[in-house]
Design a protein around this ligand. Structure first.
Ligand code: 5GP
Length: 184
């Protein structure tokens, strides 16, 4: 799987709008497959097993780490998140462009393992807007919001380590720019 040009990493702080941009990309481009991650965090209202995430116990997640079943994994805001290796391999073999929507530490791991992957960092217009987006989303309790915001400065400071950094002001525009980057 080395030297692959078919692996796209979309990263950036929580609340920047990665999920919304991904939905728009998948709507526009049918040959892109979004990897479904595993996590130990609790499902949010409406989230479905195998659709949004594979929701795992810590024990099961750690077992998968030991068995080397993740392409990458990281801890974020008190939970584990990881990309299952097998489905990514399978989809690439089937000819799909594989999209990973992951946080910064995992994105760095993928960049190192696959230097030919395309990595895109999404920036918020500014920090106040990032906070507003996380709060408006209404999916996290105050404690979780604080953890996510306190991580955002560090994450944003890593934005120049990726191939492209795009400011996500308009979802439709951002999705179009990403599709262009993938196609060239
Ligand atoms: P959330 O709890 O909001 O769904 O996700 C929290 C953060 O974890 C987001 O930045 C999201 O992109 C990231 N994330 C989701 N799946 C993975 C994964 O498989 N690996 C890594 N490293 N981060 C992930």
């Amino acid at each position: 799987m080395k030297n692959l040009k078919k692996l796209i990493i979309l990263t950036g702080p929580s609340g920047v709008g990665k999920g919304t941009v991904v939905k728009e990309i998948l709507d526009k481009e049918k040959n892109i497959w979004l990897s479904i991650s595993a996590t130990t965090r609790e499902p949010r209202d409406g989230e479905k097993e195998g659709e949004n995430y594979y929701f795992l116990s810590q024990e099961k997640f750690k077992e998968m780490i030991e068995k080397k079943l993740f392409l990458e994994w990281a801890q974020f805001a008190g939970n584990y998140y990881g990309t299952p290796l097998s489905s990514v391999n399978e989809k690439i073999k089937q000819g799909f462009t594989v999209l990973l929507e992951i946080e910064v530490e995992g994105a760095k791991q993928i960049k190192e393992k696959f230097p030919n992957s395309l990595s895109i960092f999404l920036l918020p217009p500014d920090i106040a807007e990032l906070e507003r987006r996380i709060r408006n989303r209404g999916t996290e309790k105050e404690e979780a919001i604080k953890k996510r915001l306190s991580r955002a400065d560090y994450e944003i400071s890593a934005s120049n380590e990726f191939d492209f950094a795009l400011t996500n002001s308009d979802v439709n525009e951002t999705a179009k720019r990403i599709i262009k980057l993938i196609q060239t």
